[in-house]
Design a protein around this ligand. Sequence first.
Ligand SMILES: Nc1nc2c(ncn2[C@@H]2O[C@@H]3COP(=O)(O)O[C@H]4[C@@H](O)[C@H](n5cnc6c(=O)[nH]c(N)nc65)O[C@@H]4COP(=O)(O)O[C@H]3[C@H]2O)c(=O)[nH]1
Length: 814
Amino acid sequence: MQAERILIVEDEPVVALDLRQTLEEMGHQVEGIHSSVPSVLAAIEREQPSMVLMDIHLGGARDGVDAAQEIYQRWGLPVIYLTAFADDRTIERAAATKPFGYLLKPFQNKELAAVIQVAHTRHQTECALAASEARLAIAVEAAELGIWEWESQLDKLQGDERFNRMLGGALCHFHTHLHAFLARVHPDDRATVEQGLNQPGFFSCAFRALRDNGEQATLEMHGQLRPLPGGHREVIGAIRDITERVQMEEQLRQASVVFSTTAEGIMILDEQYRIRSVNPALSRLTEYRESELLGQLPDSLLLGSEARPPSYAAIAASSEGYWSGEVCARRRHGELFPSLQHICAVRDASGKVLQYVHTLADISAMREAERQLAHLAYHDALTGLGNRYLLNDTLESEIARAQRNERIFAVIFLDLDGFKSINDTVGHHVGDRVIQEIARRLTLQIRRQDTAVRLGGDEFVVVCPDLHHAEESLVIAQKLLKAMDEPVQIDTLRYNISVSIGVALYPEDGNNLNALLSAADSAMYEAKRQGKGRYCGYLPTIAARIRERLEIEQGLHAALAENQFELHYQPVVDLKRRCLIGFEALVRWRHPERGMIAPDQFIGIAEESGFIEPLGRWILNTAIAQAAAWQQAGAKGLLMAVNVSARQFNDEQLVDGIVTMLARHGLAARQLEIEVTESTVQEFHRSKRIVDTLRERGIAVALDDFGTGYSSLSLLKHLPINRVKIDRSFVIALPGTARDAGLISAIMQMANSLDLEVTAEGIETPEQAAFLNAVGCPAVQGYLFSRPAPASHFTTEWLCHYRESDSFQVNPAA
Ligand SMILES: Nc1nc2c(ncn2[C@@H]2O[C@@H]3COP(=O)(O)O[C@H]4[C@@H](O)[C@H](n5cnc6c(=O)[nH]c(N)nc65)O[C@@H]4COP(=O)(O)O[C@H]3[C@H]2O)c(=O)[nH]1
């Protein structure tokens, strides 16, 4: 028998002591004897007995039943009544306190021992049950389970509060009949639920049910059927609301389908920016296998060197936490492609970045489609040339560019002659092929920077930017005309096609789009009017100028071969001594039809076309030969100044060529002076090397047109030249204002201090000569003394006279 620690509540001391003795003899321990309710309650708190033996009749306001009630409620201790009362009222009150025993006095010790034994066992059972219930309650609570039971005999379905809540009811226990409950179950799931409720043993199923508010819930039901006597059944079970879980599972399933089937590449990166997961599309797009991507940094593998997204860290630190934009991506073998990328930082509840989701869509097809659309919008479908829109855009941008760079450009309008008759006689399909062939020929003729468009029908326009001079436009027009000479072969037939071409120039013929087009159009009509198959410029004067230039360029070779060039010589005079000191050689072209052509009209063209090289050699040779002839005729020591242009000057052969000529004709190097202009010697280092070589060979170098350029002074600093020739524009004004005079004086002073020779050009009046003499200018040339004239003009007598005389005052050629 288990020894109890017992508290005795008895107001009869003798009875109490007797009881104590009995209990102790039974082996129990008596913790105390109390005779009032407050005293026993205090003792329980203090002594913590395992059992109380309670008399009902106690002194005081409250009796033993009251005390037992409180003891059971507060501590759950087993209370055994020992009483002499057995009336119904007392027993009823005592029973309400769920006593562990009720012994009527007087009782046998054996009865007492049995009651104590039973009370002990019951108390143990109750304690174990309470603990088990507590554990179950915690499990039910943690699993958020609702509890329900159904009993078949009464058809009573009953659930707890949570069960009720799952179906959307108020906070009360759920009582209903099975059919009412099943009515809420989704028809498709009803059979499953019914089968569970009827099958013996444990069952579990999920089903959809309607809540009170009309929403659909998904519930998971577990239960166990217990057979009851009489063929009845009872099912007890638990139920859980899995609506959210099912929805999340559904979302996850969807996300997983999206992840694995979307065309967009997706990679998940860890916080160290290493790839942790990729979808099949990413492998497809980048041509990397999944295994090659996992663990890598996307930067090095998947991105081009340009147009990169911000760093992952920067995106995570940004207020949005994500970034999207167009980025150049790279495939496995290095191919770059445009991609739309989206990068998003994924954070935990505390805001810490856990992962990055980086998506990548290949938009090359889209860009290609855009490009094709743009091409279609700006190109002619039949020929592949540009269309009117492209022409407008091109003209607008070329006008802006030409304005900025002060350049000229041409708009060339072409219209096929008699095309309509081809269309009418052999049909449009042939016409179309003719147009295509014309377009092909156009494309072959134009330069890379030119734009050819078809305006529609048989009209074409070519825009030629960056022309150096207007003449180039006619060269192009002529080329285009020539390209159409060859008949167009379509199947077995050949068609002779000619075009009429109109040329307009920016800015001369128009400074806006419409003006230029209409000028080119008018010029084309003029070409038609003049007989078709030809080109016309818009402004007759410009056209004439252009044509003249072309004629000059084309006539230069014949001119040299046919001895049409000649040199004229202008005397250079010592102003103080009034005697001849030399000549400047000036070239002329005696044209068989146009008469005498001044050098200004052909030297520039010869320079641009490269013809200056043979012409320049001829000039140098002729001038040196002439100087040598005069020397031999008796006019000793005359200086021969010869102009040399830029291309000539930069020719590596120049110096050696001159030296050879001097030797051939027997002229001393000191008698030759090479005249260069500022523009000729722009490349300081190269020019200095050439000037140095000339000087080493004893040949003098003069800087012509001094003072007209921007860098005259810096040229003097860098180049070891001998002489400056003051430009005519300074002399014209003399003696003029104090400012004009001051300028010449300053040049003289500067020349003196740099030990430079000076020649002033273009002296036409005695006043100019007097002024220059007064400021100490040593040498002059100009109409006052002599116009340039052929060598024959300067006879031996003339030379000898003026070489020595001090009377060079008249203008012999005037
Ligand atoms: N109004 C006026 N003009 C005067 C007077 N005195 C001389 N002139 C003109 O001024 C020009 C002087 O030549 P430049 O400054 O070297 O300027 C030359 C030179 O730059 C170039 N040039 C002439 N001959 C040659 C040549 O053989 N080779 C090269 N490369 N250029 C040449 O052509 C330019 C023009 O030559 P030209 O027409 O011969 O014109 C010559 C000459 O006829 C005057 O008192 N009044």
